[in-house]
Design a protein around this ligand. Sequence first.
Ligand SMILES: [Zn+2]
Ligand SMILES: [Zn+2]
Length: 379
Amino acid sequence: MSMRGLQYHGAQDIRYNTEIPVPEVTNPNDVIVKVAYCGICGTDLHEFEVPIFFANATTKEGDRISGKQLPLVLGHEFSGIVQAVGANVTKVTPGDHVVVETTGHCSDRREYFKYNTEEPECQSCELGYENTCKDLNFLGLGVDNGALAEYTKYHQDHVLKVDKKIPLDVDALIEPLSVVYHAVELAGFKEGEDALVLGSGPIGLATLLILQAKGASKVVVSEPASVRREQAVKLGAVGFNPFEFGENATEELRKLGSRGQGFAKAFDCSGIPATYTTSIHALRAHGVACNVAIWPHKSVAHYVMDVTLEEKTSVGSLGYQTKDFKGVIELLESGKLDVEKVKSLITGKVGLKEGVTKGFKELIEHKDKHIKILVSPDL
Ligand SMILES: [Zn+2]
Ligand SMILES: [Zn+2]
């Protein structure tokens, strides 16, 4: 049996293929998912330009977790319906609505190389920080075939059930929401605190929604582009245009914190030197600045006393763990995270066949028009 999907062959080379073999249960822990919706994210666009996560899959040894080689199906933020399960699967049954936490780390390597891996777990995995595994990769970015296809499969440890009252298109956003849920937890955010979000792209807006769901007293979103800033304001943020205040922008921002002296938490979702510096300067004493952005190889001049004088913390957040997915699902199911607000982040839906032209290329060429485009095999 074959299926339709978008395969990554290399930079600028994603091909629509109707002859991809449908995944089958080969491991007793396998869950086969019929894909409902799969989002395209900034990481996919980077891979389209140049392989980063896919880089190992271009070599003779293949991906560090699975040994897989190109071509592989893209897509790592998705929802679907369980189609079939292996004999050991207890977490889900066919017909369940599910999302998949797509990290691949040391324990996944053991599944892929069951009988011939002696490699010990890396220190991160041993300490329980699988999201910082030394060989971290993702389903849909090199570990194995992802979800820009009709079906995909992964080990049951990564599969989470979602109540059917939450629409499947909203479920597809649980993955990007988990990225920021992890950051908000890592920063030690507490109910009633205020927060600053720098950048109002898809990740900035997702941060805003998670902070609101977790009971933030006030969220200020700083973003120079008016279209993007207005999206944040529509979702309930206080908008701030740093360009309006020039050199005094950080001082003006600090005034917007609860006592007029900075914020408890700041999340850098832009990843440029100015936002990094602001994320620290705009904090109150003992505040936490968390970097959520993926940076190009670029360094920032950092005055160490900026964190020391008021005992601030600067921390970086990477990806997520299964517990972050659970946290987002709980917020959605309890109604604390507004389903309609999450839905409003979806600005386009396209079929698989036009996924490259109306998905990837549309996002690259019309960045400000879109927040999240979903691809569905049913369209
Ligand atoms: Zn992503
Ligand atoms: Zn590891």
